[in-house]
Design a protein around this ligand. Structure first.
Ligand code: S3P
Length: 212
């Protein structure tokens, strides 16, 4: 596996790596087709589902959302699962669903819930059988997005801002193990999808190039 490729979607991000200019055709899906699942990881509000769905369309593969699959399998919403069974049971279901999707899925884009990549066995499975991409967002972007909905049990605390900051501190080093990192911020979604698409194609092209 080659090293982590960081792509910045925000013009002011200092850690920007080389990017393909818009419309660049040097790497295309035809040159380097997706052969394994592409697993999107990152915190709540990073845009894994909305970007993942559009990215899958662009890559010409199917899209699956692990959280939706867990809800389907359980016949309950995620807040209901947390409420009725607790977080540990949710995590067990999450592990099973992600394993099933990865092992049966082939090329696909798979959006995972923010805690999925934190589980050692899930992370090991993803490293072995998939390509991982971290949608890395700044605190303000995440908080603005998660504040619009009340469907995140982990943020139902006395101080959701502090909780989110704490999750960032604990999880970002682990998300950093992803194969590809794309920094996102508050720009139109198609702009981010374009950055992610090119980051994936660049990664696949480099992964396919034999070392000299
Ligand atoms: C969680 C994130 C949620 C969902 C659950 C737990 C987490 O998914 O899986 O509420 O631990 O970060 P999103 O990241 O899609 O919001």
């Amino acid at each position: 596996m080659s090293g982590t490729l960081t792509m910045a979607a925000c013009p002011t991000t200092p850690a920007a790596a080389t990017e393909s200019p818009p419309g660049d055709t040097s790497a295309t899906a035809t040159d380097a087709p997706l052969r394994r699942p592409l697993v999107l990881v990152g915190l709540m509000g990073a845009g894994k589902s909305s970007i993942g769905r559009r990215l899958a369309q662009r890559l010409g593969v199917s899209f699956a959302d692990a959280d939706s699959e867990i809800e389907k399998a359980a016949g309950r919403t995620i807040p209901e699962i947390f409420e009725a069974f607790g977080e540990e049971e949710f995590r067990n279901g999450e592990r099973r669903v992600i394993r099933r999707l990865i092992e049966s899925g082939g090329p696909q884009v798979l959006a995972t819930g923010g805690g999925a990549f934190m589980a050692d066995d899930t992370r090991a499975l993803i490293k072995e059988q998939a390509t991982s991409l971290w949608l890395k967002a700044d605190f303000e972007t995440l908080f603005e997005r998660v504040s619009k909905r009340s469907n995140r049990p982990l943020l139902k605390t006395a101080d959701p801002k502090a909780t989110l900051r704490d999750l960032m501190a604990r999880r970002y080093p682990v998300y950093g193990e992803a194969d590809i990192v794309v920094e996102t911020c508050r720009v139109p979604i198609e702009e981010t999808v374009d950055k992610v698409y090119h980051a994936v194609l660049d990664h696949l092209a480099h992964a396919a190039t034999p070392a000299p």
